[in-house]
Design a protein around this ligand. Sequence first.
Ligand SMILES: [Zn+2]
Ligand SMILES: [Zn+2]
Length: 354
Amino acid sequence: MKAVVYPKPDVITVRDDLPVPRPKPGEALVKIKSSTICGTDLKILGGKFPGVKYPHIPGHEWSGEIVELGQNVLRLKVGDRVGEEPHVGCGSCQRCLEGLYNLCLNYGKLESGHQHIGFTVNGGLAEYCACSAKALHKLPDSLSYDEGAFTESVGVALYALERAQIQPGDNVAILGPGAIGLIALQIAKRAKGASKVVLIGTREERLSLGKKLGADETLNALEEREGVVKKAREILHNGEVGFDVVAEFAGSEEAARDALLLARRGGRIVLSGSTSPGKNLTVDISTIVRGHLNVFGSLANPMGICSKGLWLLAQGLVDVKPLMGGNYKLDDFEEALEAYKNRIGGAYRVMIHP
Ligand SMILES: [Zn+2]
Ligand SMILES: [Zn+2]
């Protein structure tokens, strides 16, 4: 089969001499129909993601059709159209038993049954991928494979908002209008009944797409560098009070600090963007104590969140089509990666069709 292979960090090859993998017990073999890449793929390519062993087939956001099942897979059948989420817990450690398989204590230990697809095991930038059936969610009939490739992204956005206990009528600020932020905006506004949603970012074209997707107001943090918090609070017409929920997907120190400052007293903040170490939060601690703030971190998603996300897509409550850019083959992977990196044509996600 054909696949993108990183033989070592910073080297990309496309090979067509690889054997089609066979599904082990509990696994399914999927013929990949649509696969995409996100910022984490750049870290994997650069050798900056611990746990990745080279040579490596990347790809952790994809969809496809099941063509073969290993033993003991009861929930799925050959011919099922599925979307994939990358985290598969071992199923028996304390966190997995609590349902938090995204925090599995046996991360990277393949013998435990743990898989992080496209990270610690081969992924879906290939014609076929054999992976744990636990990672696969049946796609509603109305969804395309391209929409199915957003299974993980929708799950990540939905879980972050659920971490922040979003309620109908909440005023919500979202920082970072990338793919996840723009999905979160739609979930907040259309599915969770948010009152006012203010989207904050640094790229005008992304903010204007956010407006089309339902943001009540947008703010460019570069233009408002001095007063983005003040300005955002003014938008609520309650300058002193602030937002009930603030969700950060930007991954910068500034955005995380602003997130804390934007919340009302007793408000809920979820920080989700900075998944790698090296960034520091400088904020007066009394902001949290006197602000009586609830600060949550959110990493990926557990507990069947992705299938709920697919339902939101199927109901039309979340539209990911405006986030799709390009249409590439595996052979064009380097071109697709460049298009993603340099945001050619405003691409949020590039769609790769093996
Ligand atoms: Zn990703
Ligand atoms: Zn576990």
